[in-house]
Design a protein around this ligand. Structure first.
Ligand SMILES: [Zn+2]
Length: 315
């Protein structure tokens, strides 16, 4: 309790400091969602960015030198998920690892008959959680080219930072299972009812080869479903609201935001980086992939009993 009091006081002091003008200039130039937010939301976001950058360690990988622009753009996109909410600033994630571009990962899958397949997959991001997989160190791992693209293209429904940090929020409920921490038993029940129906419908549409608004990568499992929906909630909000109103409402209640009513999105100048490394990676499944963290063992921190009893499994 005392620790929390000191922590909250320290964070309030960080939020109260003047935000560096050079960082604000980065947001105006490079963060398209900045121009969609109200003045009040921008002020709140600046405070969250300041705390995020004060608490998270950044490391460049494969020779990348981490710049202020990189730090600010990661923080801004991650903290978009925190607006209006009571937050502990992604407690399972002490560090952000940045690669220059898509990074390789050895992926093992088990096929029919228990046959194990191994292959190299190009990744745009991964989300580990130090609460459940302490040996991992709990980093979010990101490809800088994809961080940039996500920051500059606010309407394509793809944003690796929103995706990976949605996984972090998912984990705050005690497991990476597509259900983040919700305030009441009723909210858990309603979440389970709506999400189960929508997830099953997505699976059925894919089986029937029907077109879907929801990205098919979300059909991998409930955790990816929530992460993909988070991207589309912020980036394709009007369409999602029109075609999946119940689903949109669940996300609007959780995020306490209504992006469908934000200012329209404009793409920013996309000439700031060379994305030739990605041109051969059109498939979502290979470009954005996540390690399903549930596979790394049971949660170390048990759920509060009320949540554990109330939280239904879904899908
Ligand atoms: Zn994912």
């Amino acid at each position: 309790m005392l620790f929390r009091w000191f922590r909250d006081r320290r964070r309030a002091a960080v939020r109260a400091r003047p935000f560096p003008p050079a960082w604000q200039a980065i947001l105006r130039r490079r963060f398209a969602h900045w121009h969609r937010l109200s003045e009040a939301d921008r002020r709140e976001l600046l405070g969250h960015i300041a705390v995020f950058l004060a608490e998270k360690r950044f490391e460049g990988c494969n020779g990348l030198t981490v710049t202020d622009e990189m730090r600010v753009l990661v923080a801004a996109q991650a903290c978009l998920l925190l607006l209006h909410r009571d937050t502990d600033y992604f407690p399972g994630c002490p560090a952000v690892l940045l690669y220059p571009a898509a990074f390789a990962r050895l992926v093992r899958t088990t096929g029919p008959g228990g046959v194990v397949h191994e292959g190299i997959t190009a990744m745009a991001g991964e989300s580990w959680n130090g609460l459940y997989a302490p040996a991992s160190g709990g980093p979010v791992v990101l490809a800088w080219t994809d961080v940039q693209r996500g920051a500059q293209q606010p309407d394509d429904g793809r944003n690796v930072v929103l995706h990976e940090f949605a996984h972090q929020l998912d984990g705050e409920s005690g497991g990476m299972d597509g259900t983040p921490r919700l305030p009441t038993r009723t909210a858990y029940a309603e979440w389970a009812r709506v999400m189960t129906a929508e997830y099953r419908q997505l699976l059925a549409d894919i089986r029937a080869a029907n077109p879907t608004l929801i990205d098919r990568y979300g059909a991998q499992n409930p955790s990816e479903f929530f992460a993909v929906l988070t991207e589309q909630f912020f980036e394709q909000s009007a369409n999602l609201k029109a075609r999946h109103p119940g689903l949109y409402q669940q996300l609007a209640d959780f995020y306490r935001q209504d992006p469908a009513n934000w200012h329209p999105a404009d793409r920013l100048d996309d000439d700031a980086h060379d994305d030739t490394a990605h041109r051969g990676l059109a498939e979502r499944g290979s470009l954005v992939a996540c390690v399903p963290l549930a596979a790394h063992g049971p949660p170390l921190r048990p759920l509060p009993p009320a949540f554990a009893r109330a939280r239904p499994a879904w899908a």
